[in-house]
Design a protein around this ligand. Structure first.
Ligand SMILES: [Fe+2]
Length: 282
């Protein structure tokens, strides 16, 4: 089956067209897609919405789907798939200060686990007429462009990641007792090395990274603030405008993402999501 992989920006991302995701993927296509994933960090597949079952089959091309933390979002028959409904059902669901919504904060999925998900697959089932884009930051590129003096300062630092942190603008969803037991604080290197490409990237999760190990809160905040300000420069960003059926696959080891939560009340915004098992960051 002829298909095409074309970059969508100079920062990251490629669009894949001409591939029927509901059919088995050939070895040749699989190899090309895996190489493109490592090169571009983000792939956008044009598709129609897949059934939950077909979505899982497709995800397995790239890795092993894992159970996600929030059990209330899991699909009834295929619990590795979460259904994420971000629709504002009434005007009361949409706060005036949109920074109060957790989705709007920059983050990488799952960093509160010892072995965070290496990648996320997200497929749009319903999209609003405007707004609702997902934005990405290339933290590998941000690291490579960082002044050498800053690189040297942060090279050996480790950071503690928590389910929630006072550093984030919005509070995380409340957990059940069982979920709480799975989210003890973990320590990860602040600069991580991608286990498949060997490239280094900043591993700072503004929604979860609480402090630098061994530093006072003040010292730690100063370092994290400098890194954050550097990361969110437009030079490292790409914004995806969703079309119904779009399926994104992104690399959580070298990208951050956030959602433009400014979209109309009453318009459905819904995705299905799979996370792929990763390894302990080094
Ligand atoms: Fe996310």
């Amino acid at each position: 089956m002829p298909f095409d992989i074309k970059p969508v920006s100079s920062v990251m991302g490629a669009r894949v067209t001409g591939l029927d995701l509901s059919q088995p993927i050939s070895d040749t296509a699989e190899n090309a897609l895996k190489a493109a994933f490592l090169q571009y960090h983000l792939l956008c597949f044009e598709s129609r919405p897949l059934s939950v079952e077909k979505f899982l089959v497709f995800a397995r091309v790239f890795g092993t789907p894992q159970l996600q933390l929030l059990s209330n979002l899991q699909d009834n028959n295929f619990p590795e798939v979460s259904i994420l409904n971000s629709t504002y059902k009434t005007r009361h669901d949409k706060p005036k200060d949109l920074a109060k919504l957790r989705l709007s904060g920059w983050h990488t999925d799952d960093s509160y686990f010892e072995k965070p998900a290496k990648a996320t697959l997200l497929q749009a089932l319903h999209v609003p007429d405007k707004g609702g884009q997902t934005r990405f930051i290339n933290t590998r590129l941000a690291y490579e462009r960082m002044p050498e003096a800053v690189k040297n300062n942060v090279a050996k630092l480790e950071a503690t990641h928590c389910y929630d942190t006072v550093r984030a603008a919005a509070r995380a969803q409340k957990l059940t007792a069982e979920e709480q037991q799975k989210t003890n604080d973990v320590v990860h290197p602040l600069i991580r090395t991608h286990e498949e490409t060997g490239r280094q990237a900043i591993y700072l999760n503004p929604n979860r990274t609480d402090h630098i190990r061994g530093k006072s809160r003040k010292e730690s905040d100063a370092i994290l603030d400098v890194l954050y300000a550097w990361l969110i420069k437009k030079d490292f960003q790409y914004e995806h405008n969703w079309r119904r059926g779009d399926l994104l696959l992104w690399d959580n080891r070298c990208l951050l993402h956030s959602v433009n939560v400014d979209f109309p009340v009453g318009q459905r915004r819904e995705h299905q999501r799979i996370l792929l098992q990763g390894t302990r960051p080094v």
